[in-house]
Design a binder for this molecule. Structure first.
Ligand SMILES: [Zn+2]
Length: 205
């Protein structure tokens, strides 16, 4: 797996994300193993009621009518890394037969821990309804932006693990662009065919 080479030790996000990334079965880290709470709740807070995926009271949220404005509201601007994340999120829901806000998927966003690369995560959040607080959107670090990818699987483990890897040529086209081109690049990312933006690889159980 590519993620064998992934460092999960976060620089700016260290305190928050070492815990979160430890929930990824493939993540390697020197800190003591701390797993994310499992569905039975059988950990230290055993009396807690945990949210569940699917059509139920835990998932009453609705997708924004205008996803572009939603990214702008949450993130402060809309850039191509946001839109790329939104596109990958849409593809992940489709490929793994889920719907926005059902929290049926786990999404691990592997990027260098600096903007604009981490902007991918906010696009994924708006695109899927997953979130940091629900532990189903996590960040893991890679050291070069060209290594960036997003791994997704269903929480019920039905089906494959999917890897969405941005096309090298597309990422290269985003580098060194002035802020004045953010919107044009973002609009372009909406229209591009998926296979010009990213590849999808499947890893069977
Ligand atoms: Zn951004």
């Amino acid at each position: 797996m590519n993620s064998h080479n992934t460092l999960v030790r976060a620089a700016g996000f260290r305190a928050a994300f070492v815990l979160l990334a430890a929930g990824c079965a493939w993540a390697h880290d020197e800190t003591p193993a701390v797993s994310a709470p499992n569905s039975s709740g059988a950990r230290t807070n055993s009396g807690a009621i945990q949210s569940q995926p699917g059509h139920n009271a835990w998932n009453a949220g609705q997708p924004a009518e205008d996803w572009w404005s939603e990214i702008k509201r949450e993130h402060g601007h809309v850039g191509p890394w946001n839109v790329l994340g939104w596109r990958i999120g849409q593809a992940a829901l489709r490929e793994l037969k889920s719907q926005w806000g059902m929290h049926e998927l786990e999404v691990v966003c592997h990027v260098p821990l600096q903007t604009p690369f981490t902007c991918l995560a906010d696009g994924l959040a708006v695109g899927t309804g997953n979130s940091l607080g629900r532990l189903d959107l996590r960040l893991a670090e890679v050291l070069n932006y060209q290594q960036s990818f997003v791994a997704v699987r269903r929480k019920d483990l039905k089906g494959d693990v999917l890897e969405f890897r941005p096309q090298a040529a597309y990422l290269k086209s985003l580098t060194g662009q002035p802020v004045g081109k953010l919107e044009a690049l973002s609009r372009e990312c909406i229209k591009k065919p998926e296979d010009e933006l990213f590849t999808i690889r499947r890893f069977s159980p």
